[in-house]
Structure formats: structure tokens, C-alpha cells
Design a protein around this ligand. Structure first.
Ligand code: IMP
Ligand code: MG
Length: 176
């Protein structure tokens, strides 16, 4: 099988949109401290770029809650592979995700984090695949809504590959 990747969203368009979302967050959090929780591994490249375009301090922390193996279908379980190293009680938290697909990961993660009593909890995602939603979840900041296709790049992987592509592409598989 050969893996083929067709560009869906170019690097320039991604950067332009991230700048726009960064400005919006800056405005919404005037006078407040921003605490990003990056969901590993997929959210990391988006989080880094987003944080760099926000013109004030952003605290960053990481959680690994992947519910994907090496397949293209989501399981229903949230596995906490790595937890935060500090409490979030009383903080203004933004979860930074690569993609909301079924919504299962985020709805479970949101519930977990809310039980730790942050001052506020918002969700920011690079991509949203609304057609695939199984668990309802409110997303506060979305860069792009995309159709029901499996995408890679800009943090997103297929079998741990392609995360470092600087664009987002649709992966397809062809017989050799
Ligand atoms: P959900 O729980 O179904 O919303 O999916 C959560 C995770 O599945 C995302 O954070 C991604 O890591 C992964 N995922 C979903 N769709 C894609 C895709 O198109 N490409 C790569 N990873 C994906
Ligand atoms: Mg993810």
C-alpha cells in the first residue's frame, strides 16, 4: 500500500487563521491569565504557534489522553497516559486540541478537568469534523471545520507519522 497525501489546508492559510484566533483569545482574556493545556501529541504544533501569536504571557501544560491506537477509528475510552503536573483550581484554562472528531475525548476530558474546579474552561481546536460527532461538546475556538476525511499534518498523525508536515492533508491508500 502506498500512502498518498493531498493538501487540504495550506501552511499560509493555517498561519493566517491561527493569528486571527490568537487575537481573539487575547481580547477575550484581557486582564486574565491564560493557562493552555495542550493535548499530546497532536495538539503540540498548533499550541506552539498559537501561543507565539498571543501578545501576553501564556502558561503551558500538557496532558496525554490519546484514545487512538494505530487505526483510524476512535475507541470510547479516555486513557490518561500523562496528567498535568500542577492543579488548575481557580485558573482560566484553555484546552488546546488538534481535532474534534467523535467528541468523545474532549467531552470526557472536559468533565474530568471541570471536577478540578478551574475558574473557567474553554476549548480551542485546530480542526473540527462536525459530521462525525457522537458526544456533544461545546467548542469555543475553531480554526477550521473539515469534511469527514482522515487528515494528517500540523500535529496530526497516521500511525505516528506525518505530524511535522507544515500543511494539513487528506491521506489515502493505494494498492501498489
Ligand atoms: P475524538 O475523541 O473522536 O473526537 O477524537 C480524538 C482524537 O482522535 C483526536 O484528538 C486525534 O488525535 C484523533 N483523530 C481524529 N480524527 C483524526 C484525523 O483525521 N487524523 C488524525 N487524527 C485524528
Ligand atoms: Mg488529539
Amino acid at each position: 500500500m502506498t500512502e498518498k497525501i493531498d493538501t487540504l489546508i495550506s501552511k499560509d492559510i493555517i498561519i493566517e487563521k491561527i493569528k486571527e484566533i490568537a487575537k481573539q483569545i487575547e481580547k477575550d482574556y484581557e486582564g486574565k491569565e491564560i493557562h493552555f493545556i495542550c493535548v499530546l501529541k497532536g495538539g503540540v504544533i498548533f499550541m506552539v504557534d498559537l501561543a507565539r501569536y498571543i501578545n501576553k504571557n501564556v502558561y503551558i501544560n500538557f496532558m496525554d489522553v490519546s484514545s487512538y491506537g494505530n487505526s483510524t477509528e476512535s475507541s470510547g475510552n479516555l486513557k490518561i497516559l500523562m496528567d498535568l503536573d500542577e492543579p488548575i483550581a481557580g485558573k482560566n484554562v484553555i484546552i488546546v486540541e488538534d481535532i474534534v472528531d467523535s467528541g468523545r475525548t474532549l467531552s470526557m476530558l472536559k468533565e474530568l478537568l471541570l471536577s478540578r474546579k478551574p475558574e473557567s474552561l474553554k476549548i480551542c481546536t485546530l480542526l473540527d469534523k462536525p459530521d462525525r460527532r457522537v458526544s456533544q461538546v461545546d467548542i469555543d475556538y475553531t480554526c477550521f471545520q473539515i469534511p469527514d476525511e482522515f487528515v494528517v499534518g500540523y500535529g496530526l498523525d497516521y500511525a505516528q507519522k506525518y505530524r511535522n508536515l507544515d500543511y494539513i492533508g487528506v491521506i489515502s491508500f493505494e494498492e501498489e
